[in-house]
Design a protein around this ligand. Sequence first.
Ligand code: ADP
Ligand code: MG
Length: 238
Amino acid sequence: MGRITLDKVSKSFGEVNVIPPLDLTIEEGEFVVFVGPSGCGKSTLLRLIAGLEDVSSGQIRIDGNDATSVSPAKRGLAMVFQSYALYPHMSVRKNIAFPLRMAGLDQAEQDRRVKAAADVLNLTDYLERRPGQLSGGQRQRVAIGRAIVREPAAFLFDEPLSNLDAALRVGMRLEISELHNRLTTTMIYVTHDQVEAMTMADKIVVLQAGVIEQVGSPLELYRTPRNVFVAGFIGSPK
Ligand code: ADP
Ligand code: MG
């Protein structure tokens, strides 16, 4: 579960082509980071995979099935938003259970999944609190919990740590990597931060102006950058 392939996927907004046709394969269980400067199309690419934007052309397959026209809720993927997307008036428990309530799961199944997510994320003692009574790191974990309970084929993260302070960001990076080790679920993580990409990824996808400049492991990109852009971006002289 969690193999995602993009076949000649492109995206234009009106007359403006933001992503020329591109091919990309994300293997089951991989931690893939999309990295590139602001405005290069990282979020757009993630939103195409999530189904939050329609492709202009091409095909998206998830675990072998054509998902190009499948609604976001039915793709079996979960987007992790920044922690400020939590509902301030709801308890942690209700925030985490929210997608399950929307999907109409019965109470016992909701409770089981919330408990499992809270265990993984060390939130068991905080379930009755409201987001305002939590630290920044705990709030971010609640936002991740809301994705975990859906038991997705893949997690999609769009710069989830960008509004956290530097120390907390380092800790949360480790937590997300640890979560990936435990769940072994495909994760796609968008960032403009090279350090995040180099430390977290199994596979890095370097984007510039909607074009994939290179795909490879951190070490491959560092040792053998394909061009000056990749070399400059990853910080290895060429
Ligand atoms: P990144 O996440 O890498 O910063 P985005 O994917 O947000 O980049 O944006 C890529 C390009 O697409 C930018 O030029 C942006 O202005 C444009 N863009 C993104 N969303 C829309 C939209 N809904 N309508 C028009 N242009 C958009
Ligand atoms: Mg973005």
